[in-house]
Design a protein around this ligand. Structure first.
Ligand code: SF4
Length: 419
């Protein structure tokens, strides 16, 4: 070794001892800002060991269960707010589905598809700055009907910024939780939205908590935040006591200000998720919108730290096939929360059936692609339903797509949902 190389080697920052950090956190330590920044600075080659270390906390609190959540978009588009990342924003040119409130029967029917797919929480979402009292009454009716038909299922409402008394109305109707994401740090917030404030968001989360609703509040990452801002946002969620933390990965819709913004790698996504787990070891951590295109082939690896996913489609874009989601959970040795009694034999049988269905699907498909006739040249897949052509045809999805695929099925359409 020359002096030069010795100097270079000693100049390298010491690698984080992720196992030691996770063990201290398991004993009650709260991760510090310096440690959090070191987690985000973990080199690629040390990221899977980091995930393994953070995963010990996941298994301590959640075992090998994965909570499955299902979104119902009650009202889509036409929002007067200007959130830069959102395809439903004022002035968005994204050709998303736009519709006003679903009828209660339709909302409950849509939720039923997700419940049949294994969802133990239904998230009822509406675009807009916040609801009127009449809107809250409308959603309360849906919640009551859904709870009447599926009393075991948790219902989370996501209606925007709440006014006095609205959280209590939802709670009285039977809602279990309220979602309102902080999305990013207070210091970055003015750059991603000017029509409402970061404090508005904090206030709504606290109103929901005061009414006895479980708080669901999380992030969108990949907006251009610095590591320091990401740590700021994660620590704010920790201070807020968010019980459920969805982490969305920016889907840069064409026709929005964030079009063409691709700042994440799959390993960077894993480091972010590991940080959230280390900062909030006993909280539900959900890999949310954009997981397919950002985590890509590492989605199941992310389940080592995250214990929750959305099944199927998102609000305005398509997710990978719901059957593929469930296979991914089983393939990686996890079980759907509430279905822990499913034996490995049942899982193996379901996977075999999926393989048979895939073979039948491919026999019907034109050479080199799926049966949808979308003409994009996708290839056959090992899965029952994931050729990845991005078509809205039944069974296709954006599993390999780089760009968001606009939703054309499920709520607000005549097509069956992805569930
Ligand atoms: S995030 Fe919500 S408030 Fe912001 S533009 Fe989208 S729908 Fe409107």
């Amino acid at each position: 070794m020359t002096l030069d190389t010795a100097a270079a080697e000693t100049a390298q920052p010491a690698l984080l001892d992720a196992d030691e950090l996770a063990a201290r956190i398991a004993s009650g330590h709260r991760i510090t800002e310096a440690e959090a920044l070191a987690v985000l600075a973990t080199p690629d080659f040390a990221t899977l060991p980091l995930v393994g270390a953070a995963g010990t906390l996941r298994r301590q609190h959640f075992g090998n269960t994965v909570k499955v959540n299902y979104l119902v978009n009650l009202k889509s588009g036409l929002c007067p707010e200007d959130c830069t990342y959102c395809s439903q924003r004022l002035g968005s040119k994204a050709e998303i589905l736009k519709y006003t409130w679903l009828k209660p029967d339709e909302a409950v029917a849509q939720a039923g598809y997700g419940i049949a797919g294994g969802a133990s929480r239904v998230c009822m979402v509406a675009s807009g700055k916040g609801p009127t009292d009449r809107d809250v009454d409308r959603v309360a009716t849906m919640v009551e009907q859904l709870k009447g038909e599926h009393p075991q299922v948790e219902v989370c409402a996501c209606l925007g910024i709440l006014k006095d008394g609205q959280a209590a109305r939802l709670k009285d109707a039977g809602a279990d939780a309220y979602n309102h994401n902080l999305n990013t740090s207070e210091s970055l917030y003015p750059e991603i939205c000017t029509s409402h404030s970061y404090q508005d968001r904090v206030d709504t989360v606290q109103q929901a908590q005061s009414a006895g609703l479980s708080s669901c509040s999380g992030l969108i990452v990949g907006l251009g935040e610095t590591p320091e801002q990401l740590v700021e946002a994660v620590f704010a969620l920790r201070e807020l006591g968010s019980e459920s933390i969805p982490v969305n990965f920016l889907m840069p819709f064409d026709g929005t200000p964030m079009e063409g913004t691709w700042l994440l790698t799959p390993l960077a996504c894993l480091r972010i998720l590991a940080l959230v787990r280390l900062a909030c070891p006993d909280k539900e951590l959900r890999i949310a919108g954009g997981r397919e295109m950002h985590l890509r082939s590492l989605q199941s690896t992310a389940l080592e730290v995250a214990n929750s996913i959305f099944l199927g489609d998102y609000l305005t874009s398509e997710g990978q096939g719901a059957a593929k989601d469930l296979d991914m959970i089983a393939d990686a040795g996890f079980v759907v929360l509430g279905q822990e009694a499913s034996s490995p034999a049942d899982v193996a049988r379901r996977l075999r059936e999926a393989a048979h269905a895939a073979a039948a699907h491919e026999e019907q498909a034109p050479a080199g692609g799926c049966a949808s006739g979308c003409g994009t040249g996708c290839g056959p897949s090992a899965s029952a339903d994931a050729p990845g052509c991005g078509s809205a045809a039944a069974g296709c999805g954006p599993s390999a797509a780089r760009e968001p695929v606009l939703r054309r099925r499920g709520a607000g359409t005549q097509q069956g949902p992805n569930a």
